[in-house]
Design a protein around this ligand. Structure first.
Ligand code: SF4
Length: 415
């Protein structure tokens, strides 16, 4: 990132070439970003400010009340983090340890299995810069970056020129889409680029590819065209630098990671393949890495004295479904909007603290609401891109709101 450019925190691509125009101390124009990033960087607010029990409150009272809730709870939960700075995430982990709390994030029900496998060294990965400079075969599997990460294909994967890919797309790269539908990304991959499989057909497709890569006849119960499967295996085999971008379509289709390990092992015995999880929110991977460094786990943790407990029962979904927590602090997430009502209804029955720059359904329903600065616009810090690279974020405009790190520090001190 050079001095004149900023980073967009609209998604986990963290584009670092953003140019902004200011008017009256606010971001008025955003150049270079996609429409999603533009909307994000224009900012958001919570017009109500700090709230306690449905009434306006000052920051000191809100912090005090939040600390009281966490101190009095027997089994508090801290959840969210995907839209928080890395410094705030580390503070949240420290608070969870201090109060013997549960701590979990959005990866618990999305890209967690992929990030976990990478951090445990079970899947070969690379950076987006490697992809731009070297990749000649790019597989979007259950992923639609044309919509989820709008500048992914133009900035890092298919279209750009790179050191070893001077001619960029089509001439120097082959793009393949494996999906259950003809997505916008599939359209870009071209007439023969889409390998359309049935819902939950991923495991059989992986095993059929392993067969084809081993010189055997590939078979699927849904009779996928064998000739096309053999052709695909041939493309993958010839790759000098291949990458699979694993989307949620793939993650949700796998009951466990063994079929993916089989495929990656086979690919790397005949070729050179890497995998990058298509993390959505800008710093989900940062939370995973921070918690992993602290506990050896990426999510679903409960602190209990010197012990660190880990398992599905400590996931946000199970903790709320089983009603095993008795208070919650949500930071950088809006579970009341993003999770099923049957799961999150319980959040309205327990003392809830919401820390977020925007007014969300969760912040409206919370007992204590503390609006914080918008990271990457009103406060700086660092975040971790979808490929594990740490990116520095600069403050663009002044604000009187505290940063998310400062809010968490003050709650920690008040405990
Ligand atoms: Fe922002 Fe993502 Fe768009 Fe890049 S692709 S400008 S990070 S929203």
């Amino acid at each position: 990132m050079d001095n004149d450019h900023y980073v967009c925190t609209g998604c986990a691509l963290l584009c670092d070439d953003i140019d902004v125009g200011l008017e009256d101390g606010k971001v008025a124009k955003v150049h270079t970003a996609c429409r999603k990033g533009f909307a994000f960087m224009k900012g958001c607010s919570n017009p109500l400010g700090c709230m306690v029990n449905g009434k306006r409150a000052d920051m000191d009272s809100a912090i005090r009340e939040a600390a009281d809730i966490l101190r009095s709870a027997e089994r508090p939960l801290i959840f969210g983090h995907a839209n928080s700075s890395s410094a705030a995430q580390k503070k949240a982990i420290g608070i969870a340890r201090k109060i013997n709390g549960y701590i979990d994030d959005t990866s618990s029900f999305c890209q967690g299995p992929m990030v976990e496998a990478i951090l445990e060294g079970k899947l070969k990965t690379c950076t987006l810069d490697d992809v731009r400079h070297k990749a000649d075969v790019i597989v979007y599997w259950g992923a639609d970056p044309a919509n989820s990460h709008p500048r992914h294909m133009s900035r890092y994967s298919y279209f750009p020129r790179g050191k070893e890919r001077q001619r960029g797309w089509e001439e120097d790269r082959t793009a393949i889409c494996i999906d259950v539908r003809k997505s916008d990304t599939a359209e870009i991959c071209g007439e023969n680029g889409l390998y359309q499989i049935p819902v939950k057909g991923d495991v059989e497709f992986m095993d059929a590819l392993v067969s084809a890569l081993s010189g055997k006849i590939p078979k699927t119960s849904y009779d996928f065209d064998k000739k096309r499967l053999l052709e695909l295996a041939n493309i993958l085999k010839k790759a000098k630098f291949g990458v699979i971008f694993a989307g949620l379509g793939m993650v949700y289709a796998l009951d466990d990671r063994e079929p993916l390990y089989r495929l990656m092992d086979k690919l790397n015995s005949v070729s050179n393949f890497h995998l990058i999880p298509m993390a959505g929110h800008y710093n989900m991977r940062g939370f995973n890495q921070n918690l992993f460094e602290e506990t050896g786990y990426i999510n679903r943790v409960k602190f209990s004295g010197a012990e660190i407990l880990h398992g599905p029962e400590y996931s946000v979904v199970e903790a709320l479904r089983q009603k095993t927590v008795d208070a919650a602090l949500v930071i950088g997430a809006d579970p009341l909007t993003s999770l099923p009502r049957s799961v999150v209804r319980y959040l309205e029955e327990i003392p809830l603290i919401a820390i977020d720059p925007c007014q969300t359904l969760t912040s409206v329903k919370a007992k204590v609401t503390i609006p914080c600065a918008l990271v990457g616009v009103e406060s700086g810090g660092t975040a971790v891109r979808m490929d594990g690279v740490e990116i520095g974020l600069k403050q663009i405009v002044e604000t009187d709101r505290l940063s998310d790190e400062e809010v968490m520090t003050r709650i920690s001190e008040a405990l």
